[in-house]
Design a protein around this ligand. Structure first.
Ligand code: ADP
Length: 152
């Protein structure tokens, strides 16, 4: 018996939740993709956030549902409008690393009022996109933590 309260145990377990254990595959489009094609990708891939990368897979921006709605309200031709025009671009993109704590991701999502972060790896040329963490991943981690506590 460790003499620890259930609150202490819960805190310890939250400190163990890493991005690397709960991240998802990233959905990306190239920087010369049209807004129209990026919307099709969002539908077919069933995600709310898409990362825009260059030909070296380096992060250049992010587009979400609201960006697409805003573009669609306008009178622009979406097939000839590049996604780079409407995306949130670097260096304004919030991101995280594989070895980061999931709670830290949660803090960034709350502070920036966003739904998802790209998971990146540093390279000499920039940030290579390797994954995606969303509110859903954090919810799954919370439920997994609960299920573990039930078994112990
Ligand atoms: P939704 O558009 O589905 O509500 P968000 O709340 O995540 O999705 O996005 C709101 C705004 O924040 C959009 O303009 C989007 O481009 C931007 N955004 C989304 N994710 C990020 C991120 N990781 N870093 C910076 N800006 C982001």
């Amino acid at each position: 018996y460790t003499g620890k309260t259930s609150e202490q145990l819960l805190t310890e377990n939250i400190q163990k939740l890493l991005v690397s254990d709960y991240y998802s595959r990233p959905v990306v489009v190239n920087e010369n993709t049209s807004v129209y094609d990026a919307i099709v990708t969002m539908f077919t891939e069933d995600v709310g956030t898409i990362f825009v990368v260059d030909k070296l897979s380096l992060l250049v921006g992010v587009v979400s549902r609201k960006d697409f709605l805003r573009a669609s309200i306008g009178k622009q031709e979406l097939t000839s409008l590049p996604v780079t025009i409407i995306m949130t671009r670097m260096p304004n993109v919030a991101y995280c690393y594989l070895d980061e704590l999931l709670v830290n991701v949660g803090k960034k999502l709350i502070e920036r009022e966003i739904d998802a972060l790209p998971v990146v790896k540093d390279s000499e040329k920039g940030l290579v996109v390797v994954g995606r963490v969303t509110k859903t991943n954090i919810t799954k981690a919370l439920v997994a933590l609960h299920n573990e506590q039930m078994l112990s």
